[in-house]
Design a protein around this ligand. Structure first.
Ligand code: BG6
Length: 516
């Protein structure tokens, strides 16, 4: 049966405008931004009056830049490339060489923007994308403001896009917000968490709130606990310099894991309006119980990988032997934690979160485990040693995006026998596998001025508030047993103990070779 449901053709191209990419020769531009713009173009979602300014510290000239990005970005464009469309996109690139610290760069940018507006009818609209290291965000925003480039005149819009990390703790996040807000209004600032660009994350809200059967059981009366796992098989690759100063907690928790947690636990918003949804996300984040310092070491587990064998049989070096990592590093590459939410809906329901590098597979999923049924009808089966496991719902974010539900069924047999079975929805069966980088929707929404999928300053700050006591305790009490898990394993034993203490276990991974 062909179940493919055509994608909506109702979407209109984004309004005219210029995307100014700071850091145009960097990794993000080639891996994500240019491929995402290309995908938007093939879907007819870019305006005919859309242009790009590539801002680059080196001075290679427009033609050489086009040649560079042509080669560099090609491999990240999946599902076939139309040479004609790709060339068309490349021809829309203007090049601006300059140092982001130099005021002259912004003066030249301003006149280039005027020229482009006059010649290409971009309406003066502008999206400034900071694909640069985080310590440059404040300075670039301030310079844009000083050059008058943040100012919106008439109907035109000027949006600033920043990528994580938004600070490295609560104080630096607040300071960064203050600097950005001094240069741009809050509603001009688009803070990207690329997890919110994933279709399956967005689908959580649709699943929860567009189905009348889900919400009535989505609370402490029916749900025993939830687990959120973001496992990665890769190590730190070439990012040792950044990662060794960040660690798994900063790198993943205040942003991606809390984005997943808030999406799966928030109250329904009154509308899909950006602030309505983000108000609910902010509310639920504020309701997470802060972890008291004396409980940090029991409620939060940290780990660092040593050398080990991977699922594909290869060997992996220890974290401390990775490039640009301190050989005595105390940085964690794994974190698991238990959090509780102080709300009527979630009273008494634990949420177990874990994320790590060099795990047996790459997968992200949210497991919703329901409470057991009273089961008195099946007392005999239980006495015979049969299991009547509680129902489980799994929201699979990646790979094999979809939703699976396990429930108990009768095995055909004269004696009553019970077995868990599964119902499975695969996103690709219904909607195909679109060529997506995860940035298409984010860029499109930013051009359209819809902030729903972007993080507001208060959401960022509440997330750091939760993480801050952990950072404080960990820095006061450095780990004594690192490395404490082997590459290719499920993290330190303490992570199993964390959930086992409550009589529960992590759900085994279905897509990993090592079974668990
Ligand atoms: C990034 C982190 O934000 O997310 C990386 O900095 C991590 O360390 C990545 O690998 C994971 O994203 P995804 O989309 O591959 O799950």
């Amino acid at each position: 049966m062909n179940r493919l449901i055509p994608r909506s053709s109702a979407a209109q191209p984004a309004p005219p405008g210029v995307m100014v990419i700071f850091g145009a020769s960097g990794d993000l531009a080639k891996r994500k931004l240019l491929p995402a713009l290309y995908n938007l173009m093939t879907d007819g979602l870019l305006s005919d009056h859309f242009r790009i300014i590539a801002v680059d510290r080196r001075d290679r000239g427009a033609e050489a830049y086009r040649e560079y990005i042509d080669t560099a970005a090609r491999e990240y464009i999946k599902n076939g490339l139309s040479a004609e469309l790709w060339q068309e996109l490349l021809q829309r690139i203007h090049y601006l060489s300059g140092d982001f610290q130099n005021a002259d760069t912004y003066t030249r940018m301003s006149s280039l923007l005027d020229d482009i507006a006059a010649n290409h009818h971009t309406g003066g609209n502008c999206l400034f994308y900071l694909a640069t290291p985080p310590d440059t965000f404040g300075e670039i925003a301030t310079q844009l403001h000083a050059a008058g480039l943040a100012m919106e005149q008439g109907d035109q819009w000027r949006h600033l896009v920043v990528e994580k990390p938004f600070g490295r703790d609560l104080a630096t996040a607040k300071a960064l917000n203050k600097t950005l807000q001094a240069a741009f209004d809050e509603d001009q600032i688009y803070r990207i968490d690329h997890y919110l660009g994933k279709e399956t994350v967005q689908n959580i809200l649709t699943y929860r709130f567009a189905n009348s059967t889900v919400e009535p059981i989505w609370n402490h009366r029916y749900i025993d606990h939830m687990q959120i796992t973001v496992a990665e098989s890769i190590g730190v690759e070439s990012r040792g310099g950044y990662y060794d100063k960040a660690g798994a907690l900063r790198d993943m928790v205040p942003n991606h894991l809390l984005a997943l947690l808030s999406t799966v636990t928030m109250e329904p918003a009154n509308s899909l309006d950006g602030n309505a949804v983000r108000d609910e996300q902010a509310k639920i984040l504020r309701a997470i119980q802060p972890i008291p310092p004396e409980q940090v070491l029991t409620q939060v587990v940290r780990g660092q990988y040593g050398e080990g064998t991977l699922a594909n049989g290869g060997t992996a070096a220890a974290y401390r032997d990775e490039e640009r990592v301190d050989p005595n590093s105390a940085t964690e590459t794994f974190v698991a934690m238990k959090v509780m939410i102080d709300s009527w809906r979630w009273a008494g329901v634990p949420f177990y979160l874990r994320t790590g590098k060099r795990m047996p597979g790459r997968y992200t999923e949210i497991v919703v485990q329901f409470k057991e049924a009273p089961n008195m009808m099946f007392r005999d089966a239980l006495l015979r040693g049969e299991q009547v496991p509680p129902n489980t719902l799994v929201l699979r974010i990646q790979p094999n995006e979809g939703i699976g539900m396990s429930f108990n069924a009768k095995v055909p047999s004269p004696i009553p026998q019970i077995s868990p079975v599964e119902m499975d929805f695969n996103y690709s069966d219904y909607f195909g596998g679109g060529p997506t980088t995860g940035y298409e929707t984010l860029l499109y929404e930013c051009m359209n001025g819809d902030p729903t999928l972007f993080k507001r300053a208060d959401v960022i700050e509440s997330s750091w508030e939760l993480v801050e006591p952990i950072l404080d305790v960990w820095s006061a009490l450095p780990p004594r047993n690192f490395p404490n898990y082997t590459a290719g394993s499920w993290g330190p034993r303490e992570a199993e103990d964390l959930i086992a203490r409550d009589g529960r276990a992590w759900r085994p991974c279905n897509v990993c070779n090592s079974g668990k």
